[in-house]
Design a protein around this ligand. Structure first.
Ligand code: SF4
Ligand SMILES: [Zn+2]
Length: 479
């Protein structure tokens, strides 16, 4: 594609056109009915197709700068930037320009995704910016309402009304995640997050060793992580752990042991992982320790080897979302965390069994089989169902079912992979894999009731296709 564009530009003595400008012209011509709509052209011109590979597009929205009560020694503190973030990070720069207005952030993002040729009817909203739980309740409600309103293209009196409208809107919020700390998780916080529409909670675990947590002034212990993990799973949330490597007090061997424990000890076993090597920046108190020679970042070789070893211990039910923060390399003082292409250097696909490394990109014409994996986690039983090819190289869909002593079984996640296809089109999303998995889960659960934690924008699907009804914030079916 690039070479065709270049030779055309050369021949006609014009600048090489960007995919975005070509797409814009293409859409204009289609709208004027001068050319016919062509899926092949759209596929060729789509920018960074990886953005919509998981079947949905992600929209990150940054909260306004606000003081987090934490004192973590590696956390950068910059005036007018949400704590733990730095100016120069792409998401921060985008938000800053829009004065951290949630409505404009979401609107802008949808527009630029559309310009890049991405379908935007299924949106996963990720709220970032320090510790969500420490923001005032009123701000949080306003913030989320504005996110829904941006997707609905309409104002509403209450959050509830905006959510109801979103159930059938053009841009549906099918998932929403918050970042918080394990010691802020309690029943009240959980209720509040459910009402806002959250489906996934990222908790800053950082380490499971209390001496490391204390040394880094995290302000919580591993016991908080264990308690929060169980409470969140019992509320149906998907649980994502942010875990840091190379923290003061740890070393490569301890880091590797930590990951082995995360997936052998039922107290942990998160569904998602973000592995962040500690990034040494001048804006964090850790820099003083470094100057005194009491902290040294891993070299790039050590970091790569450590992550490669860690990846061998990741089970198939986990999705590694990131292995590096988006901090621009010049802001990092030294060490392997400067490598922005860490993921490529590790060549994950060869060693990693996680969902992200195996999720289907282009739908293949191959047979898919239903797999089932049972494991104990957080005083319950987790059943992980997936449709995959027979060699378990390509994952087409997953479902997480949780069974505890309660008479209600929980479906914590249903996800079908493949290029995000608009709701009216055909593709992996619509081959009925999701429905088949839910029916299988209903059989396995064998309980009085099943509750699905569902993004607001998927409620209609469960209602119409599977006979579930809304009860508080869950979609419920009674047997
Ligand atoms: S809890 Fe998060 S935002 Fe708060 S100080 Fe610690 S790392 Fe920074
Ligand atoms: Zn992986």
């Amino acid at each position: 594609m690039a070479s065709i564009k270049r030779s055309f530009a050369k021949k006609n003595k014009i600048n090489c056109p960007s995919n975005i400008s070509l797409l814009k012209e293409y859409h204009k011509l289609v709208n004027k009915k001068r050319i016919e709509k062509n899926d092949e052209i759209e596929k060729l011109l789509i920018t960074r197709p990886v953005r919509s590979l998981s079947g949905v597009v992600n929209v990150s929205v940054l909260t306004k700068p606000y003081n987090c009560p934490g004192e973590c020694i590696y956390c950068p503190k910059e005036t007018n930037i949400p704590k733990s973030y730095l100016s120069g990070e792409p998401a921060v720069e985008r938000a800053k320009k829009l004065k951290y207005d949630p409505y404009l952030q979401v609107k802008n993002r949808i527009e630029s995704l559309q310009l890049g040729g991405h379908p935007t009817d299924k949106i996963e909203v990720r709220i970032i910016g320090g510790n969500w739980s420490s923001y005032p309740k009123k701000y949080k409600e306003w913030f989320i309402k504005r996110c829904f309103e941006a997707c609905n293209n309409k104002k509403d009196e209450t959050l509830k009304k905006a959510q109801k409208r979103n159930e059938t809107a053009k841009h549906r919020i099918i998932g929403m995640s918050f970042e918080t700390r394990p010691d802020f998780i309690n029943q009240k916080e959980i209720e509040e997050m459910l009402l806002l529409g959250a489906t996934k909670i990222e908790i800053g675990v950082q380490s499971i060793y209390n001496d490391v947590l204390i040394l880094n002034k995290r302000g919580h212990l591993v016991e908080d992580t264990i308690r929060a993990t169980e409470m969140l799973k019992n509320a149906g949330f998907k649980v994502s752990y942010q875990v840091m490597l190379n923290l003061p007090g740890s070393n490569p061997q301890r880091d590797i042991e930590m990951f082995k424990e995360l997936f052998s000890n039922p107290d942990f076993k998160p569904d998602y992982l973000k592995i962040y090597p500690c990034a040494l920046v001048k804006e964090a108190p850790l820099y003083n320790l470094y100057l005194k020679g009491r902290y040294k970042p891993y070299t790039k070789e050590v970091l790569i080897e450590t992550i490669k070893e860690i990846k061998k211990h990741i089970p198939i039910y986990v999705r590694i979302e990131r292995i590096i923060r988006d901090i621009p390399s010049p802001l990092i003082v030294e060490g392997g965390a400067k490598l922005s292409n860490l993921r490529q250097l590790i060549d994950s696909q060869k060693i990693c069994k996680c969902i992200r490394c195996r999720e289907i990109r282009d739908i293949k014409n191959e047979e898919v089989l239903l797999f089932r994996e049972d494991y104990d986690a957080s005083n319950g039983k987790e059943i992980f169902l997936s449709f995959e090819d027979k060699n378990r190289k390509n994952v087409y869909s997953i479902l997480r079912l949780r069974i505890t002593d309660s008479d209600t079984a929980l479906i914590r996640e249903v996800h079908v992979y493949g290029q995000a296809t608009p709701i009216s089109k055909k593709g992996a999303q619509h081959k009925g894999l999701g429905m088949l998995m839910v029916k299988e889960a209903e059989k396995i659960a064998n309980k009085k009731r099943i509750a699905i934690i569902s993004g607001v924008g998927v409620r209609d699907y469960y209602r119409k296709k599977l006979g579930y009804r809304l009860s508080k914030t869950y979609m419920i079916k009674t047997f």
